[in-house]
Structure formats: C-alpha cells, structure tokens
Design a protein around this ligand. Structure first.
Ligand code: FAD
Length: 494
C-alpha cells in the first residue's frame, strides 16, 4: 500500500555526490518522492575532484544540462585524456586518450596493424600518432568531434547542481548531523538528528557524507573492504595556483619516487595535488615536493587528505545507499570517482523498487558496483605494476604487487598475442587498456594473423591514409582557448 503515499528520500551530505544525487533524483523522481538534502557548511566538502571522463556527458544529458552554461559556471576546460609522465621510467611519457586510435577491424584492434608495420620496419610512427585526441591535446586544440570530458571547479560544480536540484523541488536543510537513529524493529534508518535539535525523518536515505560515511558505516556498520595491499597511495595534498597562459586540454599525471602529482587546468586557475604512500614519504616532505613543482605561489592553503583505498562491502544496505566517498575510494588516477557517483545514482534510480528495499534490487545494485570497481581497480593497479622505475622503494614494491588473476591473465594474453579482452560492461575501452599497457612497456610479442600476413603495400597504405586523415582533421580544429569561449561554435565569445 506504500505506493500511494508520497515517500521521503533524504540525502545526507552536499558535496559533488550529494548534489549530483539531488539533481538527478529531483529531476527524475521529484514527482514521486519528497526529496531533501542535509549539509553542514561548518564541515564543508573534501574540496578536490576536478577531472572527469566522457561519461559525464550522459549524466548531463539525463539532466538536460546545457553544456555551454555548465562549462561557464564551473570554469570548465576540455579534457582529452591524461599525459602520464615518468611512469614507465624517468623521462618517458605517454598519453591515455579518450576515443579511438586508428581504425579497428571487427576482429582485431588497430594495435595489431600498427605492431605488424612497426615490426617489419614499415613505419616509424608511434601508436599515438594515430590517435586524434592525443594529436589535438599535444597541439592544444579541440573539436566537438573528439571524445572529451571536462576539468571543472568542484565547489562551483556542487553549487551548479544545487541550483538545478532546488529548481526541481529538492529542499535543503542546513545543519550538522549529530546522531543517526535506527528503527529497532528492523534496523533501518528512521531519522537524522541535527545539532540544533531538528529531526529529519525519511523512508530512504542516501549517504553522501564523504569519508565519514555517517550512515552506511557508522550507523549501519557496513564494513570497508581494504585494497591497500594493491594500491599503495593513501595520502594527498592539494593546492591551487594561478593559470599562466592558455589552459591545456588534458590532465598531467607526473610520477615521483613515492607516487604521483596532478596538474588540472581550469579556465581561471590550476588545481595541483600530490598523491603518495605514507609508507614511503612523510607529509612535510610531500608538501615540499609539491610546492617545488607548481607554476606560481599557491593561492590556497594546502589541503591534506588521508584515504584508504577500498570500498564498502555493500553500497546499498537496508534503506540506505552510499554514493560518493562514503561508498569507497580507490584513488584519483583515472578520474573515476565522479563517474561512479553519476552512474550509481542512475543505477539506483533504475533499480529503486516501490517498497524501497527489495532484496533482489539491493543485491543487483551491490553486485553491479562490485564488478565495476574490481575492473577499475585492476586498471589502476596496472599503471603502477608495470613500471621500470628500478631502485625506488615505492615502485619496486609496485612491481612485486600480487595482482588479481583476471588482470594477470589479461596482461599475459596481450603480451603474447596483442589481443585485449574485456567484458562489454566494463568502463574502460579496449583502446584505453592498449594505450596504458603499451605506455607502461607491455609490447606484444606477436600480432593477429590477419595483420601479420597483410602484404606490405596494403599495410603502408592503411597506416599512411589514417595518419594523413588524422593530421589533416587536426589542422582544421579550433584552439582549445578559442573553443572554450565559443563552446562548440554555438555561442558568441563572452
Ligand atoms: P564530500 O565532498 O566530502 O562531501 C561530504 C558532504 O557531507 C559535505 O557536504 C559535508 O558537509 C557533509 N557532511 C559530512 N558530515 C556531516 C555531518 N555530520 N552533518 C551534516 N553534513 C555532513 N574524483 C574524480 O572524479 N576526479 C578527480 O580528479 C578526483 N580527484 C580526487 C583527488 C583526491 C585527493 C581525492 C581524495 C578525491 C578525488 N576525487 C576525484 C574524488 C572526488 O573528490 C569525490 O568523489 C567527490 O568530491 C565527491 O565527494 P563526496 O560528495 O562524496 O564527499
């Protein structure tokens, strides 16, 4: 009989996760549920999380967000991929681009053709010379025809989503949650008690309280699955600097002897941060290192963040789903966290049953996320595992990490045959895996027979044709800077 009553969804926390949930739920479920969000200005947000992946466009489309307005209000720039510097070894770099490289045959990826030509001395071009996004990124260009994501200001993004959510009927409650009351009859969450005495009752709760995980962790006691035996970084320090010159359309991920450092350009500033393993670098040394490798004096105080790579054993338990950092965090290397926020919200909306707690829906949600996190974890581990930075204690440890059987088999198959197999549901494409594998020095020993037996002139013609087209297209693309002000040519420069 609950179907006739307009039930209440309470979102606890108002960072990127909370306001993303509020925006999507307000828009899609606003007529079916009363939705409110509790946040505390006194506590604030984690204050990082500024690089995304192209899947954010799906979320924007679901919400019907105008991309130009979104970019303007979040000071966003375009991200065509990530430049990995010094990961394989000092002085080496490679690009993980979104989009495709070259042209795939239905049975075999483009890497087979490139490998066949390279091995026979028919081309001196690198694999990345055939990647439109890499070429555009390196020449500071952009086009809506490319696969792109955004760099954005995380606090402005939360503000942008808040405005959207409030327009769609979500009500905001300011206050610090002091206690989470459980219903003794079934162990479900009944009510949030705020510091000022306010009681926020609900039928379903979404935990977006960040690393604190007040609902899913503290109140419901869902355990944390720790992956720090595979991902060794557990600390970060972030600072913002001024922007010197036009922003580049990609993230820089620069390895150092105990982790890596990011540079994320926005329209008006640069986000910088160092990620490191506390077993291998002390906080003050990490700060020194970060400050020595930024472009201007910092414009913010250093933001020190501790994290434990891993995930909640259940992301949905009883009448509570965890979205965002409360549900777990691996690390920011491939910018997967905002993606997981968005897709888990969409998953939740699709699976939400009338009763709000159907065991099958809960299991399905948890299994889907667990599967996705496993493959993301494998992809992240690959970046560290296949390194050749001999003699750095941190990187030596990464090379001897015990990886999952799936990752081990996937990498060995690629090494022996050049073929990469992945499940169709996986987040990262074959091309992503191939770029990171070859970028990290895993060069296949052989190619598929179709490519290996191709005659020389056909192979040369294929590669030259693709190279010429890619570079010809690139020369017609707009500069990133101009692209930002005109945004896909739809609007006049601001
Ligand atoms: P938070 O931002 O911490 O928000 C928590 C909310 O809960 C706040 O509103 C807070 O006020 C509220 N709250 C907490 N306790 C209470 C209480 N007692 N009462 C009331 N309210 C409360 N992701 C990416 O996709 N790309 C990146 O490049 C990226 N970089 C990252 C770098 C680092 C170093 C880290 C640590 C994370 C990064 N992430 C990145 C992850 C990203 O920052 C988060 O996924 C995103 O910001 C969402 O955070 P959140 O909303 O879950 O938590």
């Amino acid at each position: 009989m609950t179907g006739l009553k307009r039930q209440t969804i309470v979102i606890a926390g108002g960072g990127t996760a909370g306001w993303s949930a509020a925006a999507a739920m307000g828009k899609v479920l606003g007529k079916a549920f009363k939705i409110s969000l509790v946040e505390s200005e006194q506590i604030g947000t984690v204050g990082v999380g500024e690089a995304t992946i192209p899947a954010i466009q799906t979320f924007n489309k679901v919400l019907g967000i105008d991309e130009f307005q979104f970019m303007k209000e979040t000071n966003a720039t375009i991200k065509l991929g990530i430049n990995f510097e010094n990961w394989l070894e000092e002085g080496h770099s490679y690009f993980h681009s979104f989009g495709r490289t070259g042209l795939d045959h239905w049975a075999l990826g483009f890497q087979h053709f490139w490998l066949a030509a390279s091995e026979r001395g028919l081309t001196e071009k690198t694999f990345w010379d055939f990647s439109p996004e890499t070429i555009a990124a390196m020449s500071n260009k952009c086009s809506p025809s490319l696969a792109y994501a955004f760099h954005l200001d995380s606090s402005k993004y939360a503000g942008f989503l808040r405005e959207f959510a409030e327009k769609h009927g979500v009500s905001r409650i300011e206050g610090k949650i002091e206690d989470v009351e459980l219903d003794p009859s079934n162990g479900e969450i009944a009510c949030l008690h705020l510091e000022d005495g306010t009681q926020v009752k609900g039928d379903f709760f979404i935990d977006c309280t960040g690393f604190r995980a007040l609902l899913i962790g503290e109140a419901l006691g869902v355990e944390y699955v720790d992956w720090s035996d595979m991902l060794f970084c557990d600390r970060a320090i972030a600072v913002q600097t001024d922007l010197l010159g036009p922003p580049i359309p990609y993230t820089r991920a620069m390895a150092h002897d105990a982790g890596w450092q990011w540079k994320i350009p926005l329209q008006n500033r640069v986000g910088n941060g160092i990620i490191y393993s506390s077993d291998h670098l002390e906080d003050d040394k990490a700060l020194e290192r970060l400050l020595a490798n930024i472009d201007t004096e910092p414009r913010t105080n250093p933001n020190f963040i501790k994290f434990r790579p891993g995930m909640r054993q259940k992301q949905w338990h009883k009448n509570c789903a965890a979205i965002g950092l409360s549900s777990g965090f691996l690390e920011p290397l491939e910018s997967t966290s905002i993606h997981l926020i968005h897709f888990n919200i969409l998953r939740l909306i699709r699976l939400l049953p009338l009763s709000l707690t159907n065991e099958r829906a809960v299991n399905e949600f948890n299994e889907q996320i667990f599967g996705e996190l496993e493959t993301i974890k494998d992809f992240l581990v690959l970046h560290y595992w296949k390194n050749n930075r001999q003699g750095d204690a941190f990187w030596d440890r990464c090379r001897s990490v015990k990886v999952s059987k799936t990752l081990d088999e996937r990498v060995n198959l690629f090494q022996e045959t050049g073929t990469l197999f992945r499940n169709l549901e996986e987040l990262f494409s074959e091309n992503s895996w191939v770029q990171v594998l070859m970028g990290q020095g895993v060069i296949p020993n052989s190619q598929h027979p179709v490519a290996a037996n191709m005659d020389e002139s056909s192979l040369v013609k294929l590669l030259n044709g693709l190279f010429d087209t890619t570079h010809r297209n690139n020369s017609a693309f707009d500069s990133h800077e101009h692209f930002l002000t005109t945004s896909f040519g739809k609007h006049d420069a601001a």
